[in-house]
Write a protein that binds this ligand. Structure first.
Ligand SMILES: NC(=O)C1=CN([C@@H]2O[C@H](COP(=O)(O)OP(=O)(O)OC[C@H]3O[C@@H](n4cnc5c(N)ncnc54)[C@H](OP(=O)(O)O)[C@@H]3O)[C@@H](O)[C@H]2O)[C@@H](O)CC1
Ligand SMILES: Nc1ncnc2c1ncn2[C@@H]1O[C@H](COP(=O)(O)OP(=O)(O)O)[C@@H](O)[C@H]1O
Ligand SMILES: [K+]
Length: 495
């Protein structure tokens, strides 16, 4: 099963697909360390001694061999080995790679405590075991083809202590392929926060399930999930990743009984004299998702209708007619007229998504949200988020988005390389599609329109926002592939 991926270097694959009950967040579930530890305890009780570690080492070996296209004979493999079971996984993978002809050297941070059976196994097959304190680490790493990080796993919390921190710093400088066991050492697996040194992995082979920190972080590289037969109950997962299949299921084609109202009517309040393009871009995102109807309400109606003749234009949301979901804010300005339009839209019963200049108005005047009853989605980038929620710590992006959602009662979509989407009840998604080609002016305007059309279909606002980010990310990947520059290039690549 393919987990949605962003650029090629950030793909995820899943070794054993998880089974689903009715997860609170449809998609691939991601569980906390405590939940994975519970599943691990249950699995340990029903499996023979050492079996889980053998499976873990087997999955790790397969991933390394895949990354090397099977060519391990004569290649230099360096294992970074801590004193816990994470080091044990690395040592047993080292045994397997040695048996296939690799030149395997283990650097032990604490030789007296290195996993005894794994260390003995590697010695038996002719691998080298060195004490980090006595080895020429820089020379070894410079000659390495692969570095496997088995320093710490689930039991550790950052920052890394010495000598692990220095080893990681050196390993990050070498040209070898970097493979992390379970998680990149130095990363907090629950939050993705890294304090101090963090192993910069090309591939992470993780056990039991994809921890949220691996989804949020840019240090995990391609993530391979091996459930080892101990996957936690997906119903306990509160963080999910959407799949192409699930998102496609939300984009039903119209049936014979449909009319333009049943397909969803989205209203867009965007653009200004200063930013006329934002109106056209946001409306384009909405039109290309194929709702029943797109209404535009604002000062750029003429320009919008010229670009998108199917759009019904008005100068103000109070004169727009029936709308099932509103998007307000992209390039809309922050003057009195813009504020009045925001107030009108916020009084609507249906879902409202506030973006860009709309968020600037809310940050300056939070009281505008008082009295808001219907579903609300706020879509800040980090700068807007910091202005809206100055007390929340953005180093923990998932935690910050969840806290913001809980305090406002809104779905929060916090933009970034890995966009996170959180609902007030604690459910969250991490978007793993996308490309740095999305870092272009106006790309957020297109996203706002896309999410508006999804909201107008009446689906759960959390799912609408997450699915919008997923589709926008895929469009960004296609634009990168086609080297198609400019936010308007996303329109044709959305469905
Ligand atoms: N259980 C199973 O069946 C299975 C488990 N599996 C594997 O086991 C892993 C968990 O193993 P684990 O629980 O042994 O601990 P682990 O993560 O290796 O770390 C402990 C070591 O880290 C050290 N350390 C701590 N903090 C630190 C810091 N800040 N900076 C530096 N060092 C620090 C700590 O040192 P100490 O504090 O004891 O001196 C201790 O030596 C899991 O991630 C998976 O890979 C798989 O094989 C599947 C089957
Ligand atoms: N480096 C990046 N990698 C992936 N996606 C990115 C990156 N930078 C920005 N994005 C995405 O591009 C969009 C930019 O939106 P936004 O900041 O509102 O821009 P604008 O206001 O110019 O339209 C967001 O969806 C964000 O997640
Ligand atoms: K590790």
């Amino acid at each position: 099963m393919e987990i949605p991926s962003s650029a090629q270097e950030q793909q995820m694959t899943i070794a054993t697909p998880p089974t689903f009950g009715t997860p609170p967040t449809p998609g691939i579930p991601s569980c906390t360390v405590a939940q994975i530890r519970d599943a691990e305890r249950a699995a340990l009780a029903r499996t023979p001694e050492g079996a889980l570690m053998r499976r873990a080492a087997g999955e790790l070996t397969t991933a390394v061999l895949d990354a090397l296209d099977g060519h391990v004979v004569g290649r230099s493999v360096v294992l970074l080995v801590g004193a816990g079971n994470n080091g044990g996984d690395a040592l047993w993978a080292g045994v397997a790679l040695r048996r296939r002809g690799g030149a395997v050297t283990a650097l032990l941070t604490d030789p007296a405590r290195a996993h005894p059976a794994g260390a003995a196994g590697l010695r038996r097959v002719g691998g080298r075991l060195l004490d980090v304190a006595r080895a020429d680490v820089e020379k070894l790493l410079a000659a390495a083809d692969v570095v496997i990080d088995g320093l710490v796993g689930l039991a550790a919390r950052p920052p890394l202590r010495e000598p692990a921190a220095s080893l990681v710093r050196l390993a990050n400088r070498c040209a070898a392929l970097r493979v992390a066991v379970d998680l990149p050492s130095g990363l907090d697996p629950d939050s993705g926060v890294a304090t101090g040194e963090i192993f910069d992995a090309d591939v992470t082979v993780t056990f039991g399930g994809a921890k949220p920190g691996l989804l949020v972080s840019t240090s995990a590289g391609r993530v391979v999930v091996a459930d080892l037969g101990m996957a936690p109950d997906p119903a306990v997962a509160s963080v999910g990743v959407l799949t192409d299949q699930l998102v496609a299921g939300l984009l039903a084609d119209p049936g014979s009984g449909d009319d333009k109202y049943s397909g969803g009517v989205v209203g867009i309040v965007a653009g200004s004299a200063q930013y006329p393009g934002a109106a056209v871009l946001a409306v384009g995102g909405a039109v290309r998702l194929r709702p029943g109807m797109v209404r535009y309400a604002g000062p750029q109606a003429a320009a919008v209708v010229q670009a998108w003749p199917e759009v019904v234009g008005a100068d103000d949301p109070s004169r727009a007619g029936r709308v099932q979901a509103w998007v307000v804010g992209p390039g809309a300005g922050t003057d009195t007229a813009a504020r009045d339009r925001l107030v009108t839209v916020l009084a609507a019963d249906g879902p409202v998504l506030v973006d860009a200049d709309g968020l600037t108005l809310l940050a300056a005047e939070p009281a505008l949200l008082e009295g808001r009853r219907g579903p609300l989605v706020l879509t800040p980038h980090e700068g807007e988020f910091a202005r809206l929620f100055p007390d929340l710590d953005l180093t923990d992006r998932l935690g910050a988005a969840r806290a913001a959602a809980a305090s406002t009662g809104a779905v929060i979509l916090l933009k970034g390389h890995r966009t996170v989407i959180a609902a007030p009840d604690g459910r969250a998604y991490v978007n793993t599609t996308g490309s740095s080609w999305l870092a272009t002016a106006g790309s957020g305007d297109v996203l706002a329109g896309v999410m508006g059309s999804l909201l107008a279909t009446g689906i759960d606002p959390l799912l609408a926002a997450a699915a919008g980010a997923h589709l926008h990310g895929r469009a960004g990947e296609r634009a990168a592939h086609d080297r198609a520059a400019g936010a308007h290039q996303l329109w044709d690549r959305l469905r």
